[in-house]
Design a binder for this molecule. Sequence first.
Ligand SMILES: Cc1cc2nc3c(=O)[nH]c(=O)nc-3n(C[C@H](O)[C@H](O)[C@H](O)COP(=O)(O)OP(=O)(O)OC[C@H]3O[C@@H](n4cnc5c(N)ncnc54)[C@H](O)[C@@H]3O)c2cc1C
Length: 335
Amino acid sequence: MNRFEYIKAPSVGEAIKMMNSTVPEAIINANKGGAHIVKAAGVDLLDLIKEGVVSPDRVIDLRQIPGLDKLNFDQQNGLSFGPMVTIATLAENKEVYKNYRALHEATAHAATPQIRNMATMGGNLMQRPRCWYFRSEGHHCLKKGGDVCFAQKGQNQLHAIFDTQICPCVHPSSIATALVAFDAKVELSGPDGKRNLLLSEFFTLPEANVTCENNAQSKEIITNITLPVLKPGTRSFYIKQGQRESYDWSMGDVAVVLEMEGKQCKTARIVLGAAAPVPMRASKAEALLKGKTITEKLAAKAGELAVEGATPMEHNHYKIQLFKTLVKRSILAAV
Ligand SMILES: Cc1cc2nc3c(=O)[nH]c(=O)nc-3n(C[C@H](O)[C@H](O)[C@H](O)COP(=O)(O)OP(=O)(O)OC[C@H]3O[C@@H](n4cnc5c(N)ncnc54)[C@H](O)[C@@H]3O)c2cc1C
């Protein structure tokens, strides 16, 4: 591990300034030229530093900045929360349970109780992929700036079944699956001010930039996350499958948000997690449900359409049946 400077930022403005200013010379000399990086709870960041994936010359702690851990809900504006809100806070919030059931399920089933108590939502969305080649010090893979993707011909059982050509790492945030299904937005603050992006546009495919999973600039910080008010009659559900019940990332997860009028589905949003390098909408399955009464047969057909066009890799064909089942079950559980 390289030497780095550790600073507690007193405000977002100061944190952004610290991202732009230079570190003391002694640290520059002791470091291989790493970047400045922000820290939330450090659950992923400390692993990344220890694994040699990142070697920052300055770590800027956001934990003590007042206001970044606020959560608000009201019927006019929907749900809004700061990046330092923990996964446990969302999982335990009554309004989230009542109004955004899929988000409740996603947060309640992420990681372990200990991690949920520490880990923040900003860190969750910015965590780096769990591909073992990316995390291994012995593999200088494409995602780390090398020229080989070892997963293409290697151990790819937990990798993508869509968009696999360049780097088939899946995004590790299972909570993002539910957030994308609810049309969530992130607010990014940087040297040029603030901007808001739909979460579905925030995450990017490897062809845009294989070394990064999102559109945030290196000096931008996530400062807020918002979910819109839902139309009356909206129902949602989320199911995650891991290798173990707890203590694990997703092998496949699905979030479904259905706008219902009586028994009829007016519009559907179905998102697959750990199927592609980004949380992925299953648009054909969504179109199938529109205007129809939900039945078991229809939900099963939606599951089949959700995996149409998939190109599974050598060791992950099982994900086809997994997603068919998860889509069917989550639709039936939502209504
Ligand atoms: C055993 C285990 C199981 C897990 N299972 C799951 C799971 O099932 N589902 C799931 O979704 N996650 C899972 N996780 C991941 C966990 O949720 C994340 O590691 C955690 O949310 C990171 O939050 P943090 O606050 O510790 O972020 P940190 O580790 O502090 O930061 C992570 C990254 O985000 C950046 N960052 C942090 N905050 C901001 C911000 N506000 N703006 C810009 N960049 C920022 C940091 O620079 C760093 O690169 C698991 C983790 C473990 C260890």
